[in-house]
Design a binder for this molecule. Structure first.
Ligand SMILES: CC(C)(COP(=O)(O)OP(=O)(O)OC[C@H]1O[C@@H](n2cnc3c(N)ncnc32)[C@H](O)[C@@H]1OP(=O)(O)O)[C@@H](O)C(=O)NCCC(=O)NCCS
Length: 191
C-alpha cells in the first residue's frame, strides 16, 4: 500500500467544507497552468463559480496538502446521475510543485476511486501541447486520441477488488486523522 505522506505533504480527499481551499488553489495556478487546466484562459469569477460547484456535482476531489495549503488537486466527476459507466478526471498542480510526481500519484488515486465505484470508462482531456499530462496518462495506460488541438484520454479501470476497496478505506481514515492533527498543529502555532 502506498504511504500517505509524500514529499513533506499528504494526499487525501477533500471534505465538502474545504471548497475554499480548492478555490484558493485553483486561483493560485499561474496563467499557463490555468490555461492548461481549463483548455483556455478563464477568469477568477469563472474559477470561483467552478470551485463552489465542486461538491454539488458529486465530485470526489483528492488533494495534495502541505500544512493547511492545498497545492494540487485531482477531480473525479461522474457523467451521469449515479456512479457507474462513465466519469471524467481533471488535474491541477501549482507550478512550484510540478514535475515531482504529484500528478502521477493523484492520477493513481483517481483511477482507484473510479474502479471502486464501478466506473467502466474514465475520460480526461488536455491541450495537444500538454506533454506532461499525456505522459502521466500514458503511464496509467490511457488510450489517447488527438483531435483539433486537444487530446482525449480513455482509461478502462479494472473492477473493484477487496484490496482496492480496503486501500481506499484505510487511506480515508488516515487522511482524516492527519487532517485533524494538522488543524490542531496550526491552531496551536497560531495561539
Ligand atoms: C499536467 C500536470 C497535472 C502533471 O502533474 P505533475 O505533478 O507536474 O506531473 P508528474 O511530475 O507526476 O509527471 C510528469 C511527467 O511528465 C514528464 N514530462 C515533463 N516534461 C515533459 C515534456 N516536455 N514532454 C513529455 N513528458 C514530460 C516528466 O518526466 C514526468 O514523467 P516521469 O515521471 O516518467 O519522469 C501538472 O503539470 C499541471 O497541473 N499542469 C497544469 C494543469 C494541467 O495541465 N492539467 C491537465 C489538464 S486537466
Amino acid at each position: 500500500m502506498s504511504e500517505l505522506p509524500i514529499w513533506g505533504g499528504i494526499i487525501r480527499k477533500l471534505w465538502p467544507t474545504e471548497v475554499g481551499k480548492f478555490r484558493e488553489h485553483l486561483l493560485r495556478l499561474d496563467p499557463e497552468s490555468r490555461r492548461m487546466r481549463f483548455a483556455h484562459a478563464v477568469s477568477d469569477v469563472f474559477i470561483e463559480d467552478y470551485a463552489n460547484r465542486m461538491h454539488h456535482m458529486g465530485s470526489i476531489v483528492y488533494g495534495y496538502f502541505e500544512g493547511p495549503h492545498l497545492r494540487a488537486a485531482a477531480e473525479l466527476r461522474k457523467l451521469s446521475a449515479v456512479w457507474g459507466e462513465e466519469a471524467e478526471a481533471a488535474f491541477s498542480v501549482e507550478k512550484d510543485w510540478q514535475g515531482k510526481g504529484i500528478g502521477t500519484a493523484l492520477m493513481g488515486r483517481v483511477i482507484r476511486a473510479a474502479r471502486n465505484r464501478g466506473v467502466k470508462r474514465l475520460y480526461m482531456s488536455c491541450l495537444a501541447e500538454n506533454a506532461k499530462m499525456q505522459t502521466i496518462a500514458r503511464k496509467h495506460n490511457a488510450m489517447l486520441r488527438y483531435e483539433y488541438g486537444e487530446v482525449y484520454g480513455e482509461i478502462v479501470p479494472q473492477g473493484p477488488s477487496y484490496f482496492s476497496l480496503f486501500e481506499e478505506e484505510v487511506e480515508d481514515r488516515m487522511g482524516l486523522m492527519l487532517a485533524v492533527l494538522d488543524i490542531q498543529n496550526w491552531a496551536a502555532r497560531a495561539a
